[in-house]
Structures are given as C-alpha cells and as structure tokens.
Design a protein around this ligand. Sequence first.
Ligand code: NAP
Length: 335
Amino acid sequence: MEKCIELAKKAEGLTSPNPLVGCVVTDEFDNIISTGYHRKYGEFHAEREALQNLKKGDGHTLYVNLEPCTHFGKTPPCTDIIIEKGIKHVVIGMRDPNLKVSGIEKLKEAGIEVTCPVLEDECKKLNEVFIKNVQEKKTFVAIKTAATLDGKIATSTGSSKWVTSENARKEVRKIRNRYDAIMTSSTTVIADNPTMEHRKKIIIDRELKTDLSSKIYESGEIYVFNEKTDKIQNNITFIKTPVKDGKISLEFVFEKLYTLGIMSVLIESGGKLNGKALKYADKIYHFIAPKITGDNNSKSAFDFRTITDINECLNFKFDSITNFEPDILAIYYPI
Ligand SMILES: NC(=O)c1ccc[n+]([C@@H]2O[C@H](COP(=O)([O-])OP(=O)(O)OC[C@H]3O[C@@H](n4cnc5c(N)ncnc54)[C@H](OP(=O)(O)O)[C@@H]3O)[C@@H](O)[C@H]2O)c1
C-alpha cells in the first residue's frame, strides 16, 4: 500500500477533480509484476494502467489505495478489468467517499477476496482534497504562511523578503503545485509584487487597486474578486463580488471557486486575509524561521480580532514537523 501511495503522488497537481491513485499487482508468490497510477485527469485509472498489459491469470493480488470504481466516467469501470483479468485478491486502502461507488461489493459478488481498509489514515490524507470535494461539495482551503519565532511575517513597513530560507521557499513551490489555484490579496500584490508562479491565481482586490502590470498578472489563468465589475480581459476574469462589513465576502469566493472547478486553493497572503480565511481553512502549512523581530508592530501571521481570554484561542492539531534547514515546516489541521 505504501508503494501505491508513492506511485499516486507522482501525479500530484495533475488529476483534479479526480483522486490520486496508485496500483500494484503481484503474482501468487508476492512478486510485483506490474504497477500503474492515475497520471492525469481524463487518462486511465491506476488499476487499468497496471492491468492492461497483463494476460488473464498473470496477476494474483491487486493493491490500490482507493476502492475501484464501478461506473462509466471518462474511462470504463475498473472493477470490470479486475474481474476480466482473473485477479483473486484485492487489497484496498480506503472506501471511496463517493456513494455512487460500490466496487467492494461488485468484486465480492464476482468471487474475489477483498481486504479493506489498509493504511486507511495515510490513504485518507493522500486524498483529503478529493474527500472534501465529494462529501461536502466544497473547495479544499489551505493556508501557507512563513513567520519568525515571534509569529511575524513582515515588519510594520511591509518588509518581508525574506523571512525564510531558499530551502523553505523551494518547498513552497512544491506545495503550490498540489493545489488547483493559489490565492493572495491586493495588499500583498502591492507590497511584494510577487510572481507566484501557478497555472491558476486568485486575487482578492475589492477596489481594483492592483496594477495590472504587476508580475502576478504576467502568466496563468487569473480571477480577480472585486466589488466593481464582471468582465474578462485577456487572461484575467474579474468577478463582481458581494461585500460584507466592507470586505469581499469570502463565503462567496469559496463557493464560486467550486463552481469554477477549482477543487483546492492555497492562500498565500498577509495576516489579515489569512486570519479571516481561518474559518474556512482545512489545513495550514506554517514555515518558521529561527528569527525574532522583537517588534510588536511587525505584522502577524494571523491578524483578525482582539481577545482578552487565552481560552478563546482557536485550537489545532499538529500533523508533522519537517526540517528545511535552517527553518521548519509545521503542518496542522483545525480541530
Ligand atoms: N511571510 C509571509 O508568509 C507573507 C506572505 C504574504 C504576504 N506577506 C506580507 O504581508 C503583508 C500584508 O499583510 P496584511 O495583513 O497587511 O494584508 P493581507 O492579509 O495580505 O491583505 C489584506 C487585504 O485582504 C483583504 N481582506 C482583508 N480582510 C478581509 C476579509 N475579511 N475579507 C475579505 N478580504 C479581506 C483586503 O483587501 P481589500 O483592500 O481589497 O479589501 C485587505 O487589504 C505584506 O507586507 C506582505 O509582504 C507575508
């Protein structure tokens, strides 16, 4: 199953709105005789890729991280080819969260032994975006921030290049690639003029304050949520958005992203937008540099309210801490 997960990850950023799936086929002596993974949306599912070149009876056990599908989508059902190729045992990481799918029952009806779940937590984490999309019909929202030990992301004057090292920033580019789009704010575009290399970019710019010659507009498919206009100009789609308490309605934004087929988004902005978006966040990537600004007026990673009682803190659960020398990356989830 670990090998299935490793194979599935090769297609990170390419399969949306489909899940990441890897497949391993072994003979009766447990030797791996074929592997496959879902390479790209619209292409073969992992099971079909692993089985297509095998003759009936070659494979004994098939391992796959997600329950095989039973429906005709862009490709025929995976259960059919598993049955056709005479597989005797199917080992599945997790059930498909999509209720339309009943692959396990179909395989059992065909007399195939089924083992499920196996490494379920790891398999669920691999497809956390897909699970949210299917179960809640909502876009998965992640936030990335890069802060000092005292939780600051920029000085009071907006100086922020760079809080973290090149090593950490290289990892950010990999993280970005896993998401359908990245999102930032007018303030960050104006302060940093970032490029934020990505195929799809979302900018929250209520008053259309950003200069269209800023680097961020140079490439990609861009959506600008604003209060003024609905229009398309070259690669930029301006979306007129309701305003709540003087700010763009983030609820509208995230609902709209789902209807645009943007299944996951990584927010990379300052503390104000990060803070307001926390309510919608499914996951946080928090880089920490071993530095202290010591200046309370520096900008905080999350800045959206005033509290007096420490028990009012929002609570999270750490998932992992990884070194990107000299920095660390803490990944955590809301509880
Ligand atoms: N180290 C890092 O990880 C990192 C990453 C990015 C940026 N930065 C730094 O962060 C600084 C900017 O931080 P910041 O906190 O001042 O600004 P910010 O969070 O980047 O953006 C604030 C803007 O977001 C919009 N916004 C704020 N609250 C909102 C809400 N409730 N709903 C919808 N939209 C909302 C507003 O845009 P409108 O004015 O259009 O309404 C506001 O101007 C910059 O200096 C930049 O260098 C650091």
